[in-house]
Every structure is written in structure tokens, then in C-alpha cells.
Design a protein around this ligand. Structure first.
Ligand code: GDP
Ligand code: CA
Length: 307
């Protein structure tokens, strides 16, 4: 029997788990991807989380969680030569994809259709949807009155600032992209992937009709991004702490307060289970590393076995 799964995803953590579902037979997977990181860079409309998911599911992902493996950097060399700040690296094949997206957006095509055709051209089975077609932008407050665009905080300044506050500009006006609410509503299970909760998942939950659909979902399972209380890579634990969430998986649980039926935590964090005993959430302990396709597929199968 084919079952339907909806994944809620940021970049690397989400893409790695999504790759497991991509390889699982008898599962119809829809991946709802964060667009809060989207921006205009070198005049191009970039969607970094969508592209991380596209490249990872196509087996083309770069070694650092962005871009494509083996991509050349000729464009960046030429921009450097012209005095352009190229801290945000865009390889040549990656730039081509972003040119294609930009041209189609400029021609009036909605982001979800563009994303579907890119996924099709890369031979991906899963359905990849932007959370919304509306402009929704994550912004980070790093000083008393200093709001920075997400990519300035994340890439240009290398996540060195303390995150005092996060906002999702445009979220109040945004509605889910076509197919998102339907995918969540009809899913046998919704999986909140091990992405950064405040920076990758909250921007999706900030969209009103997505939040309502999630509250009504049949079953919601989150996979923790923490190992020994820390993110594998990136600022998730620091950002969660500075936004006032409790440390460890109590913080992951609090980040998704009221939404979860189940939470998967890593073996190294098994003590966190005691603190969650009264929460009503079923806590599952085991290896949550999904860095390679084999582990990801085994983990996806484990989730499906719960149903
Ligand atoms: P970005 O959008 O690419 O910056 O990244 P995400 O927000 O999607 O994911 C970042 C999170 O993924 C980090 O907090 C990592 O701890 C987590 N992560 C990366 N690889 C794995 C993994 O194999 N298993 C789990 N559970 N989490 C992972
Ligand atoms: Ca991201």
C-alpha cells in the first residue's frame, strides 16, 4: 500500500533525511521547503534551501551543504576581478540553475512550478514545493535596532553575531503554495526534518494556513537536529539558546510546542527523554545520523514502521 508523507524542510538537515524517503518504495513524498533564506544575489533570485534539497535528492550536492559537487567557479573569478564581493559562492552550474529560475520568475511563473520543472529535469521522484510563492524573508536582529537580511547574517558574516530576535517578513500576508496544505492534510505522517528550528522550520510555521494544516495533521513526527545537545554543523543550538529555548531536546520539543506526536532523538541524548516523559510526546531514541543515503533510507523506513 502506498503511503503519503509530507516533510517540512530547511536545507542540509532536511535534504539529508528527504533523500531517505526519495529511495523508499511505496511512499509518496512531498517536501515542503523553507523560502525564508531566499534573496537576490548578483541580480539572481536564489532559493538556497530548495536548491540544497534538489541537489541532494539528485545526488549532486556539494561537500559543504550548498552548491553542487565539482562545480567550477569561473563566474566567481570574473566577478572577483571586477571587484564584486563574492563571499556568497555560486558555482557555474549552480548559477545556471539560478539564472533559469530568475528568468522564469521575471516572466511571471510561480516558484512552485519552476521548482517542479527543475526537480523533473534532475530526475527527482519526490514532489518538492516551496512553502509559499509569496516573498517571505527571514531577518535577524543582532543589535538594539539592527535587523540583518538572513544571508548577511548567515553567509556574509558567517553566523558570528548573537541572534537576539528573528522575524519572518511577509509571513502575515503569505499563503501556502499550491499543493502544500493538501499534502499536509492527506499525509499519513508529517515529518519535521532535523533542520534548524528557528531559522529553517519556524519560517514555514509562520505561514497561517500551513500552521492550521499542521495542527490538524494526522500525525506529526520531528527528528532532532541535536547531537549531545549541539548541532552537527551551523548555529542551531546557539540560536535556540539565545532565543530563550531550553537546552537539548527540551528545546526542540518547546520549538514545536503542541504540534508533535513523536520526537526522535539521538542515542547520545537519551537522558533528555526523562525530561519529556510528562509531555505526552512519544520519544524514540536511536541513531539519528542521516548523513549518507543508506542511513537516511534506513531511518525513513524506521519512521514508516511506526505507522
Ligand atoms: P541549512 O538550511 O542548510 O542551513 O540547514 P538546516 O536548517 O536544514 O539543517 C541544519 C541542521 O541539520 C543542523 O542543526 C544539523 O545538526 C542538522 N543535521 C545535519 N545532518 C544531520 C543528520 O545526519 N542527522 C540529524 N539528525 N541532523 C542533521
Ligand atoms: Ca537554510
Amino acid at each position: 500500500m502506498t503511503r503519503a508523507v509530507a516533510l517540512i524542510s530547511g536545507g542540509v538537515g532536511g535534504a539529508r533525511l528527504a533523500r531517505g524517503f526519495e529511495h523508499l518504495p511505496d511512499v509518496r513524498t512531498t517536501i515542503v521547503v523553507n523560502v525564508g533564506d531566499d534573496d537576490t544575489i548578483y541580480g539572481l533570485s536564489v532559493s538556497p534551501d530548495i536548491d540544497t534539497v534538489l541537489y541532494t535528492l539528485a545526488g549532486l550536492e556539494g561537500p559543504h551543504g550548498w552548491g553542487r559537487a565539482g562545480d567550477t567557479m569561473v563566474l566567481m573569478e570574473h566577478l572577483d576581478g571586477l571587484g564584486v564581493d563574492t563571499t556568497f559562492r555560486l558555482g557555474d552550474a549552480d548559477a545556471a540553475l539560478n539564472i533559469c529560475r530568475t528568468m522564469r520568475l521575471d516572466a511571471g511563473d510561480p516558484l512552485h512550478e519552476i521548482t517542479a520543472s527543475l526537480a523533473g529535469s534532475l530526475g527527482i521522484r519526490s514532489k518538492i514545493l516551496p512553502a509559499t510563492n509569496h516573498p517571505l524573508r527571514t531577518e535577524i536582529r543582532t543589535g538594539p535596532d539592527l535587523w540583518r537580511p538572513f544571508q548577511e547574517y548567515f553567509v556574509m558574516r558567517g553566523q558570528r553575531d548573537e541572534v537576539l530576535e528573528v522575524r519572518y517578513t511577509g509571513a502575515a500576508e503569505a499563503t501556502a503554495a499550491p499543493g502544500v496544505v493538501e499534502a499536509i492534510r492527506t499525509a499519513d505522517v508529517v515529518v519535521i526534518t532535523p533542520s534548524n528550528p528557528p531559522l529553517s522550520i519556524w519560517p514555514i510555521l509562520a505561514i497561517g494556513d500551513v500552521a492550521v494544516a499542521l495542527e490538524r495533521a494526522r500525525r506529526v513526527i520531528a527528528v532532532s537536529p541535536l547531537f549531545g545537545g549541539r548541532a552537527l554543523k551551523g548555529p542551531a543550538d546557539r540560536v535556540m539558546a539565545s532565543l530563550g529555548l531550553p537546552p537539548g531536546n527540551a528545546g526542540v520539543h518547546a520549538a514545536y510546542e503542541g504540534l508533535l506526536d513523536d520526537l526522535f532523538i539521538d542515542s547520545g541524548d537519551r537522558e533528555d527523554r526523562d525530561g519529556l516523559a510528562a509531555s505526552g510526546v512519544s520519544v524514540h531514541v536511536g541513531s539519528t545520523l542521516v548523513a549518507d543515503p543508506e542511513r537516511a533510507t534506513a531511518f525513513a523506513a524506521r519512521i514508516m514502521e511506526l505507522l
